[in-house]
Design a protein around this ligand. Structure first.
Ligand SMILES: [Mg+2]
Length: 373
């Protein structure tokens, strides 16, 4: 039991580099290596792991790994240390004076939460309110060099049991690949697309051509700050619009829903400042009858474990990008998540329910840094 409060002793920042099994191309760039920042948060109660989902380059959002490390080192860890009793539920409030850097905030909160839940013997799924023992998994398929290569790739994922396919699209790679996949795999395949903000409202007529293919959703067609544009586009296309990049908080989700900018929301804890805010977005969406699903940021087994726990909440009624470890990595840093009949089990152990394998972690570590509180 906590009597005198929990003290932050320090945070180890660990930069890792993990090769991807093959390049992942989206409308904003091609990634061949996963660069990430892992946090080992040490408190007087024990330790926990956080994973920062910012990438090496600020292309998905303004955040990137070096900036995340800097803001953690310079501002976030000192603020948390100065705040006294360290509780996961108070991390966001302590860091609120600092603008932005939600991925770095999320990573720090995740580490504190993991440590706290270990001390209490509670799993993250139970803490967040997960109601499922396993979650249905989809897979995100990058932009390919040709439609033949795309069909081969989708074929492999379908054979592996993925219950939903998401195609990354961009201008010049949209209607034709979607048509090809729909024709090859039939009407029963759950299919959706993600533009990562690559279009403008002037493309509405083109995007409406996707209506013919019975897609589950059209994800983030327009820029992050063009919420009203999405509301206008929603009147011009039949496919439900889903927002990802635009939804940076529960407030943003409530605004987007009220404006009619989306009928579905992709929830990523890193994008919104943490798993606790992610749960609030889930709650806001549930209150409005808006289905949600769990996005992915090429997480290692640590972030993957947390995402699967989040996806166990009742409002996550669509399959997430919670793919198996082998979707991205030949070897994960934790015990791998292996797809079973298109599903992954929600971890049941305390905290994240997984920890890094020391040898494997050492192999992918580029540098470490200890930030004493
Ligand atoms: Mg997306």
């Amino acid at each position: 039991m906590r009597t005198n409060g929990t003290k932050l002793e320090g945070v180890e920042l660990r930069r890792i580099e993990m090769p991807l099994v093959f390049p992942f191309r989206t409308s904003f760039g091609t990634q061949t290596t996963k660069s990430a920042l892992l946090l080992r948060v040490v408190t007087s109660e024990g330790e926990g792991w956080g994973e920062c989902v910012s990438s090496a380059h600020p292309l998905y959002s303004s955040e990137y790994v070096d900036a995340s490390a800097d803001v953690l080192r310079r501002f976030f860890v000192p603020a948390l240390a100065a705040g006294g009793d360290v509780r996961a539920s108070a991390v966001a409030t302590t860091l609120a004076p600092f603008h932005g850097h939600r991925m770095a905030k999320a990573a720090l909160e995740m580490g504190v939460l993991d440590a706290e839940l270990h001390a209490r013997g509670v799993s993250l799924g139970d803490e967040l309110g997960a109601v499922r023992e396993r979650v249905a998994c989809g897979v995100s398929v990058g932009i390919m060099d040709s439609i033949d290569v795309l069909i081969d790739q989708v074929e492999q994922y379908v054979a592996q049991g993925y219950v939903r396919i998401k195609l990354k699209i961009e201008p010049g790679w949209d209607v034709a690949p979607v048509r090809a996949v729909r024709e090859r795999f039939g009407d029963d395949l759950l299919l959706q697309v993600d533009a990562n903000a690559a279009y403008t409202l002037a493309d509405a007529r083109l995007l409406a051509r996707l209506d013919d293919f019975d897609l589950l959703l059209l994800e983030q067609p327009l820029p992050e700050d063009d919420v009203l544009g999405h509301a206008d586009l929603a009147k011009l296309v039949r496919t439900p619009i889903c927002l990802d990049e635009s939804i940076v908080s529960a407030r943003a989700a409530a605004d987007a829903i009220r404006l009619g900018a989306c009928r579905i929301v992709n929830i990523k804890a890193g994008r919104v400042g943490g798993y606790l805010e992610a749960r609030r977005i889930h709650d806001v969406c549930a209150a409005h009858g808006v289905p949600v699903w769990c996005g992915g940021m090429i997480e290692t087994g640590l972030g993957r474990a947390a995402n699967v726990a989040l996806a166990g909440l009742p409002g996550f009624s669509l399959p997430g990008d919670t793919s198996g470890s082998d979707r991205f990595f030949a070897t994960d840093i934790t015990e791998p998540f292996v797809l079973d009949d298109g599903h992954l089990p929600v971890p049941t152990g305390p905290g994240l329910g997984v920890t890094p394998i020391a040898d494997r972690l050492a192999e992918v570590t580029a540098s470490t840094e200890w930030l004493a509180a």
